[in-house]
Design a protein around this ligand. Structure first.
Ligand SMILES: NC(=O)C1=CN([C@@H]2O[C@H](COP(=O)(O)OP(=O)(O)OC[C@H]3O[C@@H](n4cnc5c(N)ncnc54)[C@H](OP(=O)(O)O)[C@@H]3O)[C@@H](O)[C@H]2O)C=CC1
Ligand SMILES: O=C(CO)COP(=O)(O)O
Length: 336
């Protein structure tokens, strides 16, 4: 049994706190809103996220970091990637250096192009060594995880020991964890699939058909792999849960927020109008900006990312997106 604090009582932080409690750990959950802490502690429900789920007594929610971070074995960051730097900075003064720190966020920081473990490593330097940082990622929609639907993910870290401790701490019969030591590959897979899910949503929303969707997923995987391998990732990771596994679930699931954004764009709605009606984060929007800029800088060809970027940020008509992709120069299928 470990003492674990989950930072961020959104959909995934709430779902993971249920898993961690089910796995026998003592769980603190930090919410930035006091009403969420009140709802969880008094009604065993998160009033704002996955509110149809009952939380176990073993999850105690706080909105004061001082009360829930010191003296823990593991800190799990479940806030969105654009908030990771700010949140890690506020958590840092409460850490001793003994904790294992885990990111479950799927995104790439704008401007720095850092993955979340890299942001944690930079912000927590001097307190947490890199070997104590890890990542949990894979096909795992909060709505299903919280209801004990069978889910499999990977744990990764700079250190095999840390990855093993993460595996041990989260594992339950309905939440199975594999080890994978390719941290960059796991993080690129988790972040970039969100761009492909927006594209898949556009395909569905604009009724472009199942052939187009299959092509999109397949070529999307190729694109994720191309960026990942350029950054030193292992090709095999992209055939695994953090690669094709998460890509499939996010491009096809009714629960995916990124697919939802794409779907409504495909239906002709404007990005700002879609986002203003959502209470949850669709990481792929910001990640499209990061990856588009980054791929240009690295000279990595990412045509789907470029197409999504133009639809999201340059008001390109989504119906033209697939046409543009289809009419690119003829080429060989396998070119990394
Ligand atoms: N939902 C899912 O199925 C999965 C999500 N993930 C990843 O987990 C991460 C979190 O996603 P998810 O829980 O779904 O997101 P939600 O939108 O459901 O919740 C976001 C949470 O982060 C908090 N938050 C937002 N901005 C800040 C900030 N600046 N400072 C502090 N807290 C902040 C929100 O607080 P408040 O309520 O006060 O706004 C809320 O608790 C994302 O990177 C996502 O990609 C990974 C796997 C599955
Ligand atoms: O990463 C996820 C599932 O594995 C969640 O995807 P969405 O953010 O698109 O809902």
């Amino acid at each position: 049994m470990k003492k674990v604090t989950v930072i961020g009582a959104g959909s995934f932080g709430t779902a993971l706190s249920i898993v961690l409690a089910r796995a026998g750990n003592k769980v603190n959950l930090w919410a930035r809103e006091s009403e969420i802490a009140y709802g969880i502690n008094n009604q065993h429900r998160n009033p704002s996220y996955i509110s149809d789920v009952t939380l176990p007594d073993a999850v105690v929610c706080f909105n004061d970091l001082e009360k829930c971070v010191p003296g823990r074995d593991m800190i799990v960051f479940a806030t969105p990637s654009h908030a990771m730097r700010e949140v890690a900075n506020t958590v840092k003064p409460h850490l001793t250096g003994e904790e294992i720190v885990v990111s479950v966020a799927k995104g790439i920081e704008n401007d720095t192009f850092m993955t979340m473990s890299q942001v944690l490593s930079e912000v927590l330097e001097g307190v947490i060594i890199d070997d104590k940082i890890g990542v949990l990622s894979g096909p795992s929609h909060a709505e299903e995880v919280s209801k004990f639907r069978p889910t499999t993910v990977v744990a990764t870290s700079f250190s095999k020991r840390t990855a093993g401790i993460i595996q041990e701490t989260f594992m339950t019969p309905m939440f199975r964890i594999y080890l994978n030591y390719d941290i960059i590959g796991v993080e690129i897979g988790g972040a970039v699939k969100n761009i492909m899910a927006i594209a898949a949503g556009i395909v569905d929303g604009a009724s472009l058909g199942d052939n187009a969707k299959a092509a999109l997923i397949t070529r999307g995987l190729h694109e994720i792999k191309r960026l990942g391998m350029r950054l030193g990732a292992s090709q095999d990771t992209f055939s695994g849960l953090a690669g094709v596994g998460d890509l499939i679930v996010t491009c096809t699931s009714e629960h995916s927020r990124n697919r939802y954004v794409g779907y409504h764009i495909g239906q002709g709605l404007k990005l700002d109008d879609i986002v203003s009606k959502m209470n949850m984060v669709a990481e792929g929007i910001r990640t499209t900006r990061s990856v588009y800029d980054w791929s240009n800088k690295l000279n990595v060809e990412m045509p789907i990312t470029e197409a999504v970027y133009k639809v999201l940020f340059e008001e390109k008509d989504p119906k033209d997106m697939l046409y543009d992709l289809m009419t690119r120069n003829p080429k060989e299928e396998i070119m990394i």
